[in-house]
Unconditional design. Structure first.
Length: 259
């Protein structure tokens, strides 16, 4: 994502298993619990928002990647907005995060999910650096929209479309799975695709299903229509946003590994 990292703690943590016990190889891209599909009832939106249990601004919410039923990454975020139409959170520099141990080394030096089709992985803590992120999660969508700023200068850097599985929420986390393909939209609204090679490799290794591919293709026209018409979230409504000055960068919450 064009960000820099600093390893905070190098002690290695086994990736938690939601069932406990031995890690077993499975052929499907993401093991239990299953993710919503295109045929999921719209009633799931009501389930997503946890009626009568909405989060409040400043709450610590874990943004998590779940791969094969296990933690792939966790970035603690602070809640900005929560309603049935969207969840908006911010990731601040200085936040204590955790991910597969080579992830902070970057794409050239790290390992990808296809290295772990039939083996376990280790987690390591690191500190998020440099850029401030605002993440917009919309129910049922196969992408999120992320706004990037240089935190020190407050310069807006880009919109970032992160193709992913539709999010699921619980009392303390937003769970999804990154589907590797990304779209960077610059401040002048020119754009470029990112990680197309990773996307193809994930497809070749069977980590992205034909249904997910089709849903990504169906999402693209919606994104470009919004972009062309300067519709939300490309309407500039978030560009002047800044976090509450009383907020501080969170550490990993106690329940970061609870699935």
């Amino acid at each position: 994502m064009g960000v820099s990292f600093v390893i905070l703690i190098l002690n290695i943590i086994p990736a938690p298993n939601i069932a406990g016990g031995r890690f077993d190889s499975v052929p499907n891209p993401v093991s239990a619990p299953s993710w919503p599909t295109r045929n999921s009832s719209t009633k799931s939106i009501a389930t997503q928002k946890k009626a009568n249990n909405m989060w409040k601004p400043g709450d610590v919410i874990s943004w998590r990647g779940i791969y094969r039923g296990r933690i792939w990454h966790v970035q603690p975020t602070l809640l900005v907005k929560d309603n049935p139409a969207e969840i908006v959170v911010t990731l601040l520099p200085g936040t204590e995060c955790i991910a597969e141990e080579t992830y902070p080394k970057g794409k050239k030096n790290g390992q990808r999910r296809w290295y772990f089709v039939d083996q376990d992985w280790q987690l390591a803590k690191y500190t998020w650096q440099t850029n401030r992120l605002l993440l917009i999660f919309e129910p049922e969508k196969y992408y999120s929209t992320i706004l990037f700023w240089d935190h020190q200068s407050n310069e807006f850097l880009c919109y970032y479309i992160n193709f992913q599985l539709p999010f699921r929420r619980n009392d303390y986390a937003v769970d999804t799975l990154d589907l590797d393909l990304d779209l960077i939209i610059h401040p002048d609204f020119t754009y470029e695709w990112k990680d197309e090679d990773d996307y193809q490799k994930a497809i070749e290794h069977g980590l992205i299903t034909p249904e997910w591919m089709e849903c990504i293709e169906e999402a693209k026209p919606e994104i470009f229509h919004r972009l062309e018409k300067r519709q939300y979230p490309f309407d500039g409504s978030w560009l002047e946003w800044k976090p509450d000055p009383n907020w501080t960068s969170p550490s990993l919450p106690e329940n970061w590994d609870k699935i």
